[in-house]
Ligand binder design. Structure first.
Ligand code: ADP
Ligand code: MG
Length: 235
């Protein structure tokens, strides 16, 4: 499935390194602490499952790893780049090229076709040497959706929508895929099909992080960590 070769060769460092990170949300005068001191290293090629109860901070963690949010204190490195030291513009570029997000609710743009949805990331940030239209069509073929490319999301099933959203993450050939409850809106058979796609991608040495509260899904991971009471517990 790795039709596009990532241009940056990894250098032996963890792909993500979170050390002593504190994160709280501020609502008016109220501070809501989520993490007081969180540490996590994700190596290239891992299939990591992050588990935890609802409200434990899984999405917060994934948003930090995915450069959607900044930590309140201390450093997060993605590909050895310190997210707290780069400009917002550099952060957006890093996010656009190196991180692929998959969401529980697919987050496809309803007015665009499947093909147009997949072409959105390269429209914002294009990795050089990529022909986005060719790649998007190739990815639709791989996902078994070539004959659906001109369909809108409302004409697709949940499983098909999730496959379009995975294709959308792959078009820029990211270093890391972050999937926040990717099977949460799917029946269990479709959920397993989606999981198989992540496993195939991981077998091609792509780093995959799956947030889930489903132990059935987590058992396919090479490593499971548990978020609980503001810390990460290692099994
Ligand atoms: P999970 O994904 O494990 O369900 P979240 O990371 O969404 O957990 O939430 C962790 C905690 O942070 C919860 O107490 C939640 O209410 C709070 N929280 C999450 N996002 C925000 C936000 N944008 N503003 C304020 N509080 C938030
Ligand atoms: Mg969540």
């Amino acid at each position: 499935m790795n039709i596009i070769k990532n241009s940056l060769i990894e250098d032996g460092f963890p792909i993500v390194e979170i050390s002593n990170v504190r994160k709280s949300y501020v609502l008016g005068s109220l501070e809501i602490p989520v993490f007081s001191n969180v540490n996590l290293k994700i190596e290239r090629g891992e299939l990591l499952a992050i588990m935890g109860l609802s409200g434990s901070g899984k999405s917060t963690l994934v948003n930090l790893i995915g450069c959607l949010d900044k930590s309140t204190e201390r450093h997060i490195l993605v590909r050895s780049c310190d997210l707290n030291r780069v400009s917002d513009q550099e952060l957006a570029r890093l996010r656009g090229l190196e991180i692929g997000f998959v969401f529980q609710t697919f987050n496809l743009v309803p007015r665009l076709t499947a093909l147009e949805n997949i072409l959105l990331p390269p429209f914002a940030n294009l990795r050089i040497n990529i022909d986005p239209k060719r790649s998007a069509r190739e990815l639709l073929k791989i996902m078994g959706l070539y004959n659906r490319m001109h369909h809108s999301p409302r004409e697709l099933s949940g499983g098909q929508s999730q496959r379009v959203s995975i294709a959308r993450t792959l078009v820029n050939d990211p270093a890391v895929l972050l999937a926040d409850e990717p099977t949460g809106n799917l029946d269990s058979r479709t959920g397993v099909e989606i999981l198989r796609i992540f496993m195939d991608l991981n077998n091609e040495e792509r780093t995959v992080v799956i947030i889930t509260h489903d132990p059935e899904i987590a058992k396919y991971a090479n490593r499971v960590v548990l978020v609980r009471d503001g810390i990460i517990q290692y099994n």
